[in-house]
Design a protein. Structure first.
Length: 140
């Protein structure tokens, strides 16, 4: 009888440990697979100057160069949005973009890089690239 009770206790402990291990593994897998999505938006109007066009071009180029793997997986996206188009109104409102803006948005954080974009895109694209990296790296 004692052997039967001992065996039952051992089986119960082993079952409990294996269930806890499986639950912990699932929790780890969920945490690892949940990646932060970072969205970079350039809001603009239809009529644009050379600097406005450079902000879009240089930002897009920098994102592709700095984060090719994340961009390919869709974890970092870049989108140029024309504020003159009716279909852009909802997104502009959601992002709180009332005019031309270069925004990085992730997990409810909104980082405005408009000033840096217009300051560096045409004259110092590497500085804009560095600003983007400095802003995006902590969000990854």
């Amino acid at each position: 009888m004692k052997k039967l009770i001992s065996l039952s206790v051992v089986l119960l402990v082993v079952s409990f440990l294996s269930v806890n291990t499986l639950a912990a593994d699932k929790k780890t897998q969920t945490t690892v697979s949940k990646a932060t999505k970072i969205e970079v938006y350039y809001f603009h109007f239809t009529r644009r100057c050379v600097t406005c066009q450079a902000v879009e071009t240089e930002t897009k180029t920098a994102i592709s160069a700095l984060y090719p793997a994340q961009a390919k997986k869709g974890l970092i996206t870049f989108k140029a949005v024309n504020l003159d188009e009716k279909k852009s109104e909802a997104l502009a409102k959601k992002c709180k973009a009332e005019g031309q803006a270069l925004l990085v948005i992730s997990d409810g954080k909104r980082i405005d890089l408009t000033e840096q974009g217009f300051m560096y895109a045409k004259s110092s694209p590497n500085k804009l690239k560095a600003e983007l990296k400095k802003t995006i790296d902590p969000l990854l």
